[in-house]
Design a binder for this molecule. Structure first.
Ligand SMILES: [Zn+2]
Ligand SMILES: [Zn+2]
Length: 99
């Protein structure tokens, strides 16, 4: 059985038949969701970024490929994704354009 180190706490996580692209929750890291990926022929765990909606406080996953300046929608409102101090945040679209 393969084991892999959690990037959050450094503890071993059992792969238990997971495949590339599958998600896993680390038992030690309550708010961390990890995804199994392969890099240079080795399995790695990548932490799925999350952001909370400023309106309803729901925790949303930042979809693959989205980053700073992209748009996410929640509560019927478009928000712009920003990345500051190591974390994502959503700001109402059009209010914080710094380009
Ligand atoms: Zn962990
Ligand atoms: Zn919302």
């Amino acid at each position: 059985m393969e084991e892999i180190l959690c990037p959050g706490c450094g503890e071993r996580v059992l792969l238990q038949g997971l495949k590339i692209g599958d998600r896993i929750d680390c038992t030690n890291c309550a708010d961390l969701t990890l995804r199994l990926e392969e890099k240079d022929g080795q399995y790695i765990l990548v932490d799925i970024p999350k952001v909370s909606c400023p309106s309803c406080d729901r925790i949303l996953e930042v979809p693959d490929g989205l980053g700073r300046g992209d748009v996410m929608t929640c509560c019927g409102v478009d928000y712009m994704l920003t990345y500051e101090f190591g974390a994502y945040a959503l700001v109402p679209y059009g209010k914080d354009e710094k380009n």
